[in-house]
Design a binder for this molecule. Sequence first.
Ligand SMILES: CCCCCCCCC/C=C/C(=O)SCCNC(=O)CCNC(=O)[C@H](O)C(C)(C)COP(=O)(O)OP(=O)(O)OC[C@H]1O[C@@H](n2cnc3c(N)ncnc32)[C@H](O)[C@@H]1OP(=O)(O)O
Length: 725
Amino acid sequence: MDSRTKGKTVMEVGSDGVAVITLINPPVNSLSFDVLYNLKSNYEEALSRNDVKAIVITGAKGKFSGGFDISGFGEIQKGTRKEPKVGYISIDILTDLLEAARKPSVAAIDGLALGGGLELSMACHARISTPGAQLGLPELQLGVIPGFGGTQRLPRLVGLTKALEMILTSKPVRAEEGHSLGLIDAVVPSAELLTTARRWALDIVERRKPWISSVLKTDKLPPLGEAREILKFARGQTRKQAPNMKHPLMCLDALETGIVSGPRAGLEKEAEVGSQVISLDTTKGLIHVFFSQRGTVKVPGVTDRGLIPRKIKKVAIIGGGLMGSGIATALILSNYPVILKEVNEKFLEAGIGRVKANLQSRVRKGSMSKEKFEKTMSLLKGSLDYESFRDVDMVIEAVIENISLKQQIFADLEKYCPQHCILASNTSTIDLNKIGERTKSQDRIVGAHFFSPAHVMPLLEIVRTNHTSAQVIVDLLDVGKKIKKTPVVVGNCTGFAVNRMFFPYTQAAMFLVERGADPYLIDSAVSKFGMPMGPFRLCDLVGFGVAIATATQFIENFPERTYKSMIIPLMQEDKRAGEATRKGFYLYDDKRKAKPDPELKKYIEKARSMSGANVDPKLVKLSEKEIIEMTFFPVVNEACRVFAEGIAVKAADLDIAAIFGMGFPPYRGGIMFWADSIGSKYIYSRLDEWSKTYGDFFKPCAFLAERGSKGAPLSAPVEQARSRL
Ligand SMILES: CCCCCCCCC/C=C/C(=O)SCCNC(=O)CCNC(=O)[C@H](O)C(C)(C)COP(=O)(O)OP(=O)(O)OC[C@H]1O[C@@H](n2cnc3c(N)ncnc32)[C@H](O)[C@@H]1OP(=O)(O)O
């Protein structure tokens, strides 16, 4: 393959008169422009050759196609590639050349047919797949729409309601379901895929099988009035669930046009909308997230050394509290045998009970069978001592945040665990070097920082010290992948990446409220911005005990830039400690529904008098935009520090940490991406101004000041980071 081209297709014509065209673009046979243009010329040749009666399209190495080459969108956005004429691929190639051809095409689908891959197969006259194939249109997740005919052909093949479900949720279906839906014509074992597809194609030629153009089908479409009602409902749901995104509604417009005005008009609308969405900011953000998420496992100096992850056959967890039991749940769910150690029978029973409850909730929701529950639970063994640790490959300590206790545990682990065993701590604040001080095992000590609830939250911060070996990181990255977490490798410091970013966010909110801003308006503005909830609702959820403990760590470690507010401690004194006590910033009813509490004023006023702050008329009347700036620019500031210190190796890792650890909206691309979309100059100037008026909490760090003064992007690599990695 020419190194400048990305992928190709090859065509082989058999003596049976079938031309087999194979998509080749490892690793997922994505449809790059090169693949698509090659496919077009293969088609033209196949259609003009007298020895070709029919065509079969397949993908190399057990994968049909993972869809359009996503990097192509980036090239169009950056202007490094000119977008082809609107509709060139979906109408000129897939509809007019392929689907309307005088020779039939059959798609032979192995592995996956996603996005443009499934759309290419739907332009064929039949689809044969293997049992494991995944079929889906996940484009909306990337901010684009199924723009290779998917908005028109999927509803015509599977019906409008199912098509909407598949498109709006981005979730694929398996081959068997695809078969019963009418998306797949036959499911056959891998070894028979090509022969079946070839025969099917010849059968179409000989009229033994129907010659179906999906785009012309109407039998699965509901009557017009009903279709309009279904689409109206879908629009309402979409507006509610994705209020800050335009592309899902634009996609529905394309669907509706096809149903109301016919498939040709639908294809044209789809092409027009498909081209427009590429330049939306939300699309740029989502595409950045796609590649950044995959980029977190590429750690310079670690994953580029050819190290192979060692097999982790058994894991031990110390501590069966909320974190320990959540981690144990995540591990057994991915088939790791786990030993859970506690200090006494009572705690052990409670820990195992928590794991059980985590799994039972899945059984109740129907996402886990009773048999699977039993099988999964059988992977968990309890223990009160270290005897059973003699053959474990990894230990994760998840006890309370107490340095001397952790030091003792790690000294014990060194005695009982095998030499190769990874010694991980789930600490969220304590220096790992201190934890390992009483051992000689610094090279295998690492942080495995999970987020609560650990079996649900998708992020895993892998924390390494100057001594942690590259092999240990590679091993933990592999475990992270197996337990379906997005890992981010960070350096050792108080709060690592996520908690360091989280902290200024809640502090800024307290600062504003002490100066007269309405906490409920702040929560509402932040939710509208796209966070799952506002900072006050979040404090209630986490509980004030945890909030105070974390705050103490930050006040101790970063005194010059912490804003000390007494609001939470004052409420805690009155035994209102958040959602668990039914009272915090909000009041909670039996169904845990939050409602504002007029009493809150009392605590705010008291805290205000204690800190000597005054109500500031300007801050009382902040617009939503100003609220977002005053709560999130301090987060950007801290993210810049984390980046400049080398705690994160890439700005994109902070984007992922913010999205998966804080709930930052993915369509804004993550914290650094968002900051760059606003511009470093503006962010710097705002923080600088606030720091002059309101103090050092807002003071821009040196990194931000330097980049801000030039208007340079914050995400550009740090040249000589004092890397702690
Ligand atoms: C024309 C004008 C406009 C016209 C208008 C536009 C209309 C467009 C219509 C069509 C749009 C689309 O098809 S959009 C694409 C729709 N497809 C998708 O969303 C699928 C995205 N991919 C995935 O979900 C997953 O990667 C999946 C395929 C399941 C494989 O998962 P795995 O865990 O096995 O592997 P991963 O680590 O995720 O991926 C392996 C590597 O492959 C890369 N990769 C995966 N899918 C890729 C893809 N579609 N394009 C590029 N690269 C891809 C990843 O970046 C990784 O790269 P490295 O990290 O370097 O190894």
